[in-house]
Write a protein that binds this ligand. Structure first.
Ligand SMILES: Cc1cc2nc3c(=O)[nH]c(=O)nc-3n(C[C@H](O)[C@H](O)[C@H](O)COP(=O)(O)OP(=O)(O)OC[C@H]3O[C@@H](n4cnc5c(N)ncnc54)[C@H](O)[C@@H]3O)c2cc1C
Length: 499
């Protein structure tokens, strides 16, 4: 087992930098490792990224912080999944919900898989995902995915939160626990004779040495790309979006639903993320198909805003660096890579990277670590690409090109082929061992949610060879389970009271 380093310097105080600092400090401080974080308030943080996957809960559990401590401070809400709207023009498929996995869905999931296969092979059975899953009912019913203590099944959920506030929260927590916080603007990186990073040099002349450096400097990737010249692999061939325009709107009177909403637009999609005090909105689009003014106008029209609405433009560098751990530097967050935020996976990847890195450090197994992180990016990328390739909308050049693109990985081709040839998609996902990135449920929900089935006119009634699918029983089950959950407003109120 390799010993922890004596000192770590993290460049960057965005969410990625502070999450990494917390995790490294928790694991290594007992061995005398000093963790420092350098940031420049002049440069600031990207300030977006307000939705998570369920792994954020694992992060807070890992660093010993309860929901009552962090959620009210970050205006956070619960997230049971993502509502996709307008990605398909198939009647009945204008919306679908991508639920986070819960144990309780283990009862209906096999029937859903069976139904999608029957429908794919020409039988007229109900195969829309929305009928089958409890988180869908929870989010749409204004409930929170927080199971009461006596509910005997695990229910996973993610969060929405204010990106600035979560940064400040983690900073206060980290500094209180002994992470050294340094305000400095780094001007250059000093390498030693071997090519390792020796020190970071600040504009004011200070010099920061460490055994290990973490590049969390955002899209600048100041160490990993800037000094170590690690190549960046762009994802532009099959992920077209490279810009975002963002704005905030007031929360409607009925309050926040426990889900993100992703609405397809003329050259991309628009997110809506409800916090306790506002909604965060953003149009993620491709500058090849729409210019900034037209994208801003489309976002304003979508939200019913006037010309005077305050909007912020962002440029996104989509892709990943070849290796995340190079010499004595680990890259995390936007410095490491970025996949457009359709599935809100960035912070999840930060956690997965740091946890895998800690194990790899102990085993001194850099190659396996770098290969695993690269596979993770490719795995998530494929699922996001599939959103576009299998969407059923062809009304603009953007959608015609996105749904017709042929630059697909072999892995993705095999999953899509399994779907369209009536094969077992679950087995295909397991065979490829890609279920750790997106589960068979996620693949089924997306492909069925868009309505990727033979035309209704071609479907035959299910014959005796098809086991009956009792939709009334499924409805009773889903509704019965959902009845146990509090309203979202009640759950958030309880957190505030307990804080
Ligand atoms: C449009 C958009 C939407 C997104 N939505 C989501 C989402 O829903 N869910 C999700 O998980 N993620 C999302 N993300 C990604 C998410 O925003 C980032 O992963 C997250 O904020 C972490 O960013 P970061 O810490 O890597 O970089 P940043 O927030 O950019 O932080 C970089 C830090 O480095 C410092 N720095 C840089 N250079 C220097 C220097 N020379 N000297 C000193 N300090 C320096 C800066 O001051 C700053 O503190 C989204 C991203 C974009 C662009």
């Amino acid at each position: 087992m390799a010993k922890p380093p004596r000192s770590v310097v993290i460049l960057g105080g965005g969410t990625a930098g502070w999450m990494t600092a917390s995790l490294l400090h928790r694991r290594w401080s007992a061995f005398g490792c000093e963790v420092s974080l350098i940031e420049s308030s002049e440069i600031g943080i990207v300030g977006v990224g307000e939705g998570s996957t369920p792994q954020l809960k694992a992060f807070f559990d890992d660093i010993g912080v309860s929901e009552t401590e962090w959620m009210p401070r970050c205006n956070a809400t619960y997230k049971a999944g993502i509502e996709f709207a307008g990605w398909s023009d198939r009647p009945g498929h204008e919306h679908y919900f991508h639920p986070f996995p819960t144990e309780v869905d283990g009862f209906t999931q096999p029937r859903f898989f069976y139904a999608t296969r029957a429908r794919r092979t020409g039988r007229d059975v109900t195969a829309h995902p929305d009928a089958y899953f409890v988180p869908t009912r929870i989010a749409r019913g204004g409930l929170a995915p927080v199971a009461p203590p006596n509910f005997p099944f695990l229910v996973s959920y993610g969060y929405h939160f204010d990106a600035q506030l979560i940064g400040s929260f983690l900073k206060e927590l980290g500094v209180g626990r002994g992470i050294r916080h340094i305000e400095a603007r780094i001007a250059s990186v000093e390498l030693d004779k071997k090519g390792d990073v020796a020190a970071l040099l600040a504009e004011d002349g200070r010099r920061f040495e460490a055994d290990l450096f973490v590049d969390a400097s955002g899209f600048r990737a100041a160490i990993i790309e800037g000094a170590l010249n690690e190549p960046h692999r762009p994802f532009g061939a099959n992920l077209f979006n490279d810009r975002a325009v963002v704005t905030r709107t007031p929360l409607p009177k009925k309050g926040a639903k426990a889900c993100t909403r992703s609405t397809a637009a003329s050259a991309g999609w628009i997110w809506s993320i409800p916090l306790t005090n506002r909604i965060g909105n953003g149009y993620v689009y491709s500058s090849r198909y729409i210019d900034a003014d037209a994208a801003a106008a489309e976002l304003r029209a979508h939200l019913g805003l006037g010309e005077d609405a305050e909007l912020r433009e962002l440029t996104m560098k989509c892709g990943r660096i070849e290796r995340s751990w190079v010499r004595n530097c680990l890259a995390v967050g936007l410095a490491q890579g970025f996949l457009e935020p359709l599935e809100a996976t960035a912070l999840h990847v930060v956690m997965a990277t740091v946890n895998a890195f800690l194990d790899a450090w102990a085993k001194d197994d850099r190659e396996a670590f770098n290969a695993a992180i690269a596979r993770r990016y490719e795995g998530i990328r494929d699922y996001i690409v599939a959103h576009y390739r299998t969407a059923l909308r062809r009304d603009t050049d953007y959608w015609r090109d996105a749904t017709g693109m042929d630059s697909l990985s072999d892995s993705l081709k095999s999953v899509i082929t399994a779907w369209f040839t009536g094969a077992d998609v679950e087995q295909e996902v397991l065979r490829q061992d890609i279920q750790g990135y997106y589960s068979p449920v996620s693949w089924h929900c997306m492909l069925a949610g868009y309505g990727n089935f033979p035309d209704q006119a071609l479907l035959k009634p299910p014959g005796p060879d098809i086991a009956p699918i009792d939709m009334a029983e499924i409805e009773r089950f889903v509704a019965g389970c959902a009845m146990n959950f509090p309203t979202h407003a009640e759950a958030l109120e309880r957190l505030k009271e307990a804080a």
